[in-house]
Design a protein around this ligand. Structure first.
Ligand code: PRX
Length: 641
């Protein structure tokens, strides 16, 4: 049986069938990464071939300059498997949350027609190439249809996670100046109907949204403003089921996806049409070893980059079936996820460590009758997966037969950049593995020197980067320079992750070195939480730190200095409500502590590190340099340590 520190290689059988099984691919690609990507790009369908493969004007770079492409043409008419072959194959399997409701299947042909109808609808409503469209939908097929319809006509989509609050949606709509929002009446979550339209209505106040398209999903009562709101099903009825694809320039903006920013203002990562398509097609094909009959279940919501790239675009480009699920993996019973895998004969399962830790907690008993015979490959993403969780996943879900691809990447990178390839290996618990062929990665110390084996440093990406990486932060070029290109100069992309290499060159990600915390795989800036908390009138100061949590990986702990007259419990509840309102339930703190003072340096900087260490058990370090060392003793009393 596999143990911590062991290496696992794919079985002969897996290797034999794998799309990539020869390790020589790494040397070949690294000899000339630009040529390598060009060769891959050539296999896709371009209306016009690019004139130049790569251009670097630090900190900006471009790929496939002058090329003309549309991702939907590559998904449908020009799919590499051939339209005839995929036409009647399920493109999407949709599993609703209520167990009494039937699942739905959309074949490629049905999906194509729906996409075209909706693309024509958007055009009829005045949407043009380059316009931004907001998408605030639950996990229903219309979410994918909406994304593809935008892509078809060259509109820029901004998908916002449906569990985000109306405030979080509002700020994204304000930044992008979207005139159209696509939403739904409601959806099911843990047996309850969530009224999404109400949040959408609240969000569009003080934005440029003029029209709201509403998908009827849960049939709940909603406010409906006839002058502005339209039912999706009524709009598409009248439209033709064919829509010509817009010929997009490689470097035209494809979508903007926001990720949390320090001050409460999210950063819009800009992804472009050409490079993104090339990267998600190939990374998906090789990393998930996508074969014609595969059924992939990537559990990520479409509102995250993982949902964009590996729930929607990559499987469809590869002509395989993607499964989407409306609900929570442990609802109504803890084995719901296992039932879904067996019911729909899932072959590739891609999820986050937080979900796996939850399965572990429910116990092996819950899944002892599941054989998972159809599964052949497992994936993990979003946060470091510790050894014992990896081993549990390998044994109980993969039945010691399925390779696990631990995939490292970010909203910014658009696609996976580090992971062992399943047909090559090796896989080592808690290690992501090697950089994807053609990707140049290094781990640097503070001075910019490469770290030795086992030495922890900062993970960076070197030129020519990757075709799918972000091209900027929307309407905020300063942020782009400052966040990614200032640590080691403007030619080295700084990931904000700490990492080290083992003796085989396999990379292990340690975690963020900035103020980002990963709460159940969701990326949240502590500064963003502090900005929300500081809106409270009676709170003079706050500090938020991430502390380890058994299931969620990390959870926020909030410390507030409050000078008001209200009772403590009341303030705590108000803080929680502020976070819920400004960000959403995913960011809720584990605890809110009311304290008299926060530990600070003499120059007034809050020492969050000390607050964190109160929970991790690490040495607090020298407190004598603090301006107010007594604050630490007081805080210890408040938190009961
Ligand atoms: O810290 C890394 C962590 O997630 C961050 C990116 O978060 P986000 O933009 O939300 O994208 C998540 C899904 C791609 C990274 O900077 N992360 C992502 N994958 C891994 C990971 N940490 C460790 N191991 C991974 N496989």
């Amino acid at each position: 049986m596999l143990k911590k520190g062991d290496l696992y290689y794919p079985t002969k059988e897996f290797q034999k069938r794998a799309i990539i099984s020869d390790p020589k691919i790494y040397q070949k690609a690294l000899k000339d990464p630009i040529k390598f990507w060009e060769k891959l790009a050539k296999e896709l369908f371009w209306f016009e071939k690019w004139k130049k493969a790569f251009e670097h004007q630090p900190p900006y770079f471009k790929w496939f300059l002058g090329g003309k492409i549309n991702i939907t043409t590559n998904i449908f008419e020009e799919n590499k498997l051939g339209w005839k072959k995929i036409k009647n194959k399920p493109a999407i399997i949709w599993e609703p949350e209520p167990t009494g409701e039937s699942s739905k299947i959309l074949t490629y042909e049905e999906l194509f027609k729906q996409v075209c109808k909706f693309a024509n609808t958007l055009k009829s409503l005045g949407v043009k190439k380059g316009d931004t469209v907001g998408i605030y939908l639950p996990m229903i097929p219309e979410a994918i249809i909406s994304m593809l319809a935008c892509a078809r006509i060259g509109a820029v989509h901004t998908v916002v996670f449906s569990a985000f609050s109306s405030q979080a949606l509002k700020i994204r709509l304000q930044i992008t100046e979207a005139k159209i929002l696509i939403t739904a009446d409601g959806y099911y979550r843990r047996g309850k109907i969530i009224n999404l339209k109400e949040s959408a209505d609240e969000a569009i106040k003080d934005t440029k949204v003029e029209k709201v398209i509403v998908v009827k999903r849960a049939g709940n009562q909603i406010p409906f403003d006839e002058s502005r709101d339209f039912w999706y099903h009524q709009l598409i009825e009248k439209e033709s089921d064919f829509c010509e694809a817009e010929k997009m320039d490689s470097e035209d903006l494809f979508f903007v996806l926001f990720t949390s920013g320090t001050t409460g203002v999210p950063k819009g990562c800009m992804h472009v049409c050409g490079g993104y398509t090339v990267q998600v097609y190939w990374t998906g094909k090789w990393i998930f070893d996508m074969h014609e009959n595969d059924i992939l279940w990537c559990t990520s919501d479409l509102g995250w980059i993982t949902g964009h790239s590996y729930t929607c675009y990559s499987p469809l480009l590869n002509g395989i079936t993607t499964l989407i699920f409306e609900g929570a993996p442990d609802w109504p019973t803890p084995d719901r996820w296992a039932q879904i895998i067996e019911k729909h004969k899932v072959t590739i399962f891609y999820t986050a460590p937080t979900a796996i830790r939850m399965f572990v907690k429910y116990g092996e008993e819950v899944i002892k009758n599941y054989k998972f015979e159809t599964l052949r490959l497992l994936g993990s993403v979003g946060e470091p997966i510790d050894e014992s969780t990896w081993l549990w996943y390998f044994k109980n879900v993969g039945k010691e037969r399925c390779p696990i691809v631990d995939t490292w990447w970010q909203t910014e990178t658009g696609g996976i950049l580090i992971t062992s390839l399943p047909g090559i290996g090796p896989f080592k618990p808690a290690h992501a593995g090697l950089p994807f062929p053609g990707i140049k990665i290094d781990i640097l110390d503070e001075k910019g020197n490469s770290c030795k084996v086992g030495e922890k440093g900062n993970l960076v990406i070197l030129p020519p980067f990757s075709p799918g990486m972000l091209r900027g932060t929307y309407k905020n070029p300063e942020k782009y320079k400052e966040t990614y290109w200032s640590q080691y100069g403007d030619k080295i992309y700084f990931t904000s992750d700490g990492a080290f290499k083992d003796e085989n060159g396999l990379i292990r990600i340690v975690g963020r070195v900035d103020d980002v915390i990963k709460v159940a795989g969701h990326r949240i800036c502590t500064g963003e939480l502090e900005a929300a908390v500081n809106l409270h009138e009676e709170i003079t100061e706050s500090a938020v730190v991430g502390v380890p949590d058994e299931i969620k990986g990390e959870v926020p702990m909030v410390f507030v200095v409050y000078k008001g007259k209200k009772r403590g419990e009341e303030v705590k509840n108000e803080v929680i409500n502020l976070i819920r309102k400004q960000i959403g339930p995913i960011a809720l703190p584990k605890e809110v502590y009311l304290v008299e003072d926060l530990p600070k340096t003499r120059s007034g900087k809050i020492m969050r590190r000390i607050l964190k260490r109160l929970f991790t058990g690490e040495e607090l370090g020298d407190l004598s340099t603090l301006a107010n060392p007594e604050s630490v003793e007081n805080i210890k009393k408040v938190i009961g340590k």
